[in-house]
Ligand binder design. Structure first.
Ligand code: SAH
Length: 219
């Protein structure tokens, strides 16, 4: 916990409050999402050398060639996922350093997160221990198959870009649930939201985004 209590300005409450003001100005409206993002110490999730940039609106490298999304992207995806409601069971594909999962853990009863790179899972585990986050279950596998044994999910969030929506994941979405993911098509990535109702699925294409690609297998 030494990093958290280092007392340097960059990790201070004021720096975080400035980030929240910026997110609000950028159009994030869900006050609960904003307050959770203001609470979770993002600098603990990035390498110490980058901690001073943790609250700037930028994606940062997290090791193994992967990136943690910008605060705006995390806020936007979380706001879309929550849709102002109460979340019971959430699935994330692409744990990375665990930042997005830590945010979701404050908004949902149970979070399941799948990562294909074992070294990143170890990092995420360490971060959850440090922050005493106990409602995230991690799994080391290719996330494209989801977790049928735990489904249905209220929300599925994917934080790596796929070329199409994996069918298994659509099936693991509960009725009334939603999936938020970046889809790469025609040389560009767009955030995509799929809502499942009793009548089927409705897909909406949204903001342009930039994510690392979804890859097969484990590493
Ligand atoms: N949500 C993360 C950011 C993740 S970056 C955070 O908050 O830090 C995207 C992650 O998706 C990377 O860690 C990458 O290894 C992982 N990934 C890519 N393809 C995957 C797959 N098929 N299954 C599980 N994880 C995958």
């Amino acid at each position: 916990m030494t990093k958290q209590h280092s007392g340097i300005g960059m990790t201070s409450q004021r720096t975080r409050m400035r980030m929240i003001e910026r997110l609000r100005a950028q159009g994030i409206r869900d006050e609960l999402v904003l307050s959770v993002i203001g609470d979770v110490p993002r600098h603990l999730f990035v390498d110490e050398a980058l901690a001073s940039r943790a609250y700037e609106d930028m994606a940062l490298p997290l090791g193994f060639g992967q990136t943690i999304s910008s605060p705006y992207t995390v806020a936007r995806m979380t706001e879309l996922a929550r849709a102002g409601g109460v979340l019971n069971r959430v699935l994330e594909i692409g744990t990375g350093c665990g930042y997005q999962a830590a945010i979701l853990a404050r908004l949902a009863k149970e979070v399941y997160s799948i990562e294909r790179i074992s070294g990143l899972l170890a990092k995420a585990r360490k971060h959850f221990r440090e922050l005493r986050i106990a409602n995230v279950r991690l799994r080391h596998t290719d996330g494209q198959a989801g977790m049928p044994e735990v489904a249905p999910f209220d929300v599925i969030i994917m934080t790596a870009a796929a070329t199409h929506v994996p069918r298994e994941l659509m099936e693991q979405l509960g009725v009334g649930g939603r999936m938020i993911l970046p889809i790469a098509q025609h040389g560009e990535q767009r955030l995509c939201m799929i809502e499942r109702s009793a009548n089927g699925y409705v897909e909406k294409k949204m903001d342009a985004v930039k994510f690392v690609p979804l890859l097969p297998g484990v590493a």
